[in-house]
Design a protein around this ligand. Structure first.
Ligand code: SF4
Ligand code: SF4
Length: 101
């Protein structure tokens, strides 16, 4: 039996973006993250936009929009959200991101 030891991307000289680009997703039809738009409307700091490593939050015409499909399942957005606007769970049935590094 052969065994492969995973290496950290930095050890391989790989940039973070390259490592993330190697990931694949089995997207669940049902969003595993839901964002309460009413709470977002009163949010001044919007830390989700800068903290999300997958850039899944964007500001468009003054509104914060979120797409769950490229989520890396780190959970950071839920932790930093000052208004508890994010309902978060893992995707069902092992779906979602599959890391390749
Ligand atoms: S931090 Fe929370 S409340 Fe603020 S814009 Fe992001 S999801 Fe909405
Ligand atoms: S869990 Fe992580 S990757 Fe997914 S949307 Fe939140 S901050 Fe972005």
């Amino acid at each position: 039996m052969s065994r492969v030891t995973p290496q950290h991307p930095a050890a391989l000289g790989t940039r973070l973006e390259d490592a993330l680009n190697a990931d694949v997703w089995d997207v669940d039809d049902s969003p595993h993250i839901k964002v309460d738009a009413e709470k977002c409307a009163g949010c001044k700091t919007r830390p989700c936009i800068t903290i999300c490593p997958a850039n899944t939050f964007v500001l468009l015409e003054g509104k914060v929009l979120h797409s769950y499909e490229g989520c890396l399942e780190c959970g950071t957005c839920r932790v930093v959200c000052p208004k508890a606007a994010i309902t978060w769970s893992y995707p069902l049935s092992g779906r979602g991101v599959q890391y390749r590094f």
